[in-house]
Design a protein around this ligand. Sequence first.
Ligand SMILES: Nc1ncnc2c1ncn2[C@@H]1O[C@H](COP(=O)(O)OP(=O)(O)OP(=O)(O)O)[C@@H](O)[C@H]1O
Ligand SMILES: [Mg+2]
Length: 261
Amino acid sequence: MSDYILQLEDISKFFGPVIALNGVTLRLKRGEVHCLLGDNGAGKSTLIKTLAGVHLADKGQYLVNGAPVRFRSPRDALDAGIATVYQDLALVPLMSVARNFFMGREPVRKLFGVLPVMDHASAEAIATEKLGEMGIRVRNAGQMIGTMSGGEKQCLAIARAIHFGAQVLILDEPTAALGVKQSANVLKLILKARQRGISVIFITHNANHAYPVGDSFTLLNRGKSLGTYAKADISKEALLDMMAGGAEMKTLMEDLEGVTI
Ligand SMILES: Nc1ncnc2c1ncn2[C@@H]1O[C@H](COP(=O)(O)OP(=O)(O)OP(=O)(O)O)[C@@H](O)[C@H]1O
Ligand SMILES: [Mg+2]
C-alpha cells in the first residue's frame, strides 16, 4: 500500500493567461493533518478544487492510494472518500440543522405503511447524537441552520463529512471568519478527525492556527510550492517567516512609516 493517500505530482493549472498552479507537488500521508499555507491568490483554492474534482489539472498527475485518477466531478471525488468543506459551506440557511446534516440522506418512515416520508424525529435525534459525539452541543436540531454561528456551521459541515465516511477531509479556510474560541472548536474537531484515522488537508492563512494541529506544512507562493516541512523540521517562527507576505508585509509597513493620512 502507498504511504500516501493522496498525491498531486507536478500539477499545473492555467486559467487563460493566469498560471494558478505551476508544477506543484503535494503528498498527503495517511492519518496526518497537512496544512496548506499561502497568501491571497497563492493558488490554495485552485489546488483543493483540483483534489475535489472541480478542476482537471492541465499538467501533472493525481493519485489516490498510489493509483492515478481523473475525477470528472466532485461526485467522483466524494465516491472515493474525499470530502471538501468549502469556505462558503453550501449549507441551506432556511433548513433545519438536522436536514443540513443529512442533505438528502435523511432517514425515512412509511406514512400509512406505504408512503415514504422523512422521519424528522429520528433525523433530529441522530443529528443531535452524532454532533454531540463530536463535542458539538445542539439544543434543538429542528432549529434553522441560519440561527447557528459561523463556527457552529463549520463544525456541522465537518461533522457531516466525518459521519458519512470521509477518508480525506479537505477544509478551505475553516477558521478565516471566526473568533478565537470558535477557531479553537474547529481546530479541536480537526484533531478529532485525525483521531478517527481521517487524513486532513487544512488550508489557512494563519500559521498560529496551523502549527498546533499540523503534522506537516506545505507553503504556496504565487502558484509554486516553497516545499513541504514536517513539524519536527520547522518552528512556528520559521513558518511565519516563510509565509508569503511575511517579508513583503514588513517592507510595506516600513514604507508606510512616516506617511501622514
Ligand atoms: N476560475 C478562475 N478563472 C480565472 N482565474 C482564476 C480562477 N480561479 C482562480 N483564478 C486565479 O488563480 C490564482 C489563484 O487563485 P486561488 O483562488 O487558487 O488563490 P487562493 O490561494 O485560494 O487565494 P485566497 O487566499 O484569496 O482564497 C489567482 O490569480 C486567481 O485570480
Ligand atoms: Mg482561496
